[in-house]
Design a protein around this ligand. Structure first.
Ligand code: KG4
Ligand code: ZN
Length: 348
């Protein structure tokens, strides 16, 4: 093996069939086939539809990744794959494919955690991760605050959402406002024309005893309900709903809480690097406010480019390459999928 391990990563935890190839800390290719359009008319991801789409997309996506990277499968040093958390059937397609490749090629396989992969991907964007790094992952399926001393085997959970994930709140509010699914990018766009202090929406778990008991936890369902009530009241009175103002004020409530808690965690754990990942990290206001508050706190902010924040194969390859580089033992070829894999378990 050359000094820099060549790793192919497979991601199928939700609706994206992602195949990425990384050499050491360098991204060679990131290929994604998404079934998001097949789910749009249902207003959310349909697991069985996602699994079938993964099955159809898997081989062509692997072939395309290898072709675009100029890599032969036999040159790989290892295969890595998301073993959880995620949709059970969707995970199975990725893990079964990775096992078949590993077995046929006689290569080691690493079954890795989807959330740790969201953290590791920033290595191919901004270089080695300072140890420890504070990581906030915000997507359609998760919202967590993680203290990460070593992304290959030591990830600690400081807090998570008690109800809706941040992206889920964006998607639900978008629906209330009559915007398409997935709603995050549409709310982001609408908010640019709106006034973020027009409506004072609630900031969940940020005051008094909540801050003692749920210091680094999040709750967005109260906010979502408050937005829905506010909109309904206007509609019932026959008034037009100021979509841009509602979007901007809702978005401000979410990103205010996220950035406040993330920087408090940095301060209390004496960590001076904050990484934000997951689909919601593409949000323009989250990026701006996180930058502003990090600068003020003397914290270095790392946010991967939007394409690497949403689910992709590069992140799984990036974590796999770290595993190999750090000499971690591969997973067993019989490795399981685990739809509720705890965030603290980096490898299956
Ligand atoms: O990480 P991701 O692609 O998939 C999951 O693992 O969930 O995240 C998708 C989520 C969706 O809820 C989507 O609405 C949200 O990320 N999202 C955004 C933006 N772009 C995507 N939310 C807010 N602002 C955005 N610009
Ligand atoms: Zn994700």
């Amino acid at each position: 093996m050359s000094e820099e391990p060549l790793v192919l990563g497979i991601e199928t935890s939700c609706d994206e069939t992602g195949v990425g190839i990384v050499r050491g800390q360098t991204l060679l290719v990131d290929t994604v086939a998404s079934s998001v359009e097949e789910h749009a008319r249902f207003g959310g991801v349909v697991p069985e539809v996602a699994s079938r789409a993964h099955l159809e997309a898997m081989v062509p996506t692997i072939e395309r990744a290898c072709r675009e990277a100029g890599v032969q499968l036999r040159d790989l040093d290892a295969i890595s794959v998301t073993s959880g958390p995620g949709l059970a059937g969707a995970l199975l397609v990725g893990v079964a494919s990775a096992k078949a490749l590993a077995l046929a090629l006689g290569k080691p396989i690493y079954g890795v955690n989807h959330l740790a992969s969201h953290v590791a991907v920033d290595i191919v964007e901004h270089g080695p991760l300072p140890e420890p790094t504070m990581a906030m992952l915000v997507s359609g399926g998760h919202s967590s605050l993680l203290l990460v001393p070593d992304v290959t085997n030591d990830v600690r959970s400081l807090g998570a959402t008690m109800d809706d994930a941040a992206g889920e709140a964006f998607d639900k509010v978008a629906r209330v406002l009559g915007l398409p699914f997935p709603g995050g990018p549409h709310v982001d766009r609408a908010a640019r024309e709106g006034n973020r202090i027009a409506i004072d929406f609630p900031r969940g778990l940020t005051t008094g005893r909540d801050m003692e008991r749920h210091r680094f936890d999040f709750s967005f369902s109260g906010l979502k309900t408050a937005v829905a009530r506010w909109v309904e009241t206007r509609q019932r009175a026959g008034e037009t709903v100021p979509v841009a103002d509602v979007a901007a004020s809702f978005q401000e409530a979410v990103v205010d809480v996220l950035t406040r808690k993330a920087l408090l965690a940095c301060k209390e754990h004496d960590v001076d690097h904050l990484l934000i990942g997951g689909g919601v990290a593409a949000n323009s206001r989250l990026r701006a406010l996180a930058q502003e508050r990090s600068d003020k706190a003397g914290v270095t902010l790392r946010v991967p480019r939007p394409g690497l924040c949403t689910d992709n194969g590069a992140m799984v390859a990036a974590l796999g390459a770290q595993m190999v580089a750090k000499g971690r033992e591969p997973s067993d070829l019989g490795l399981p999928t685990d739809s509720s894999m705890p965030v603290t378990l980096v490898q299956a």
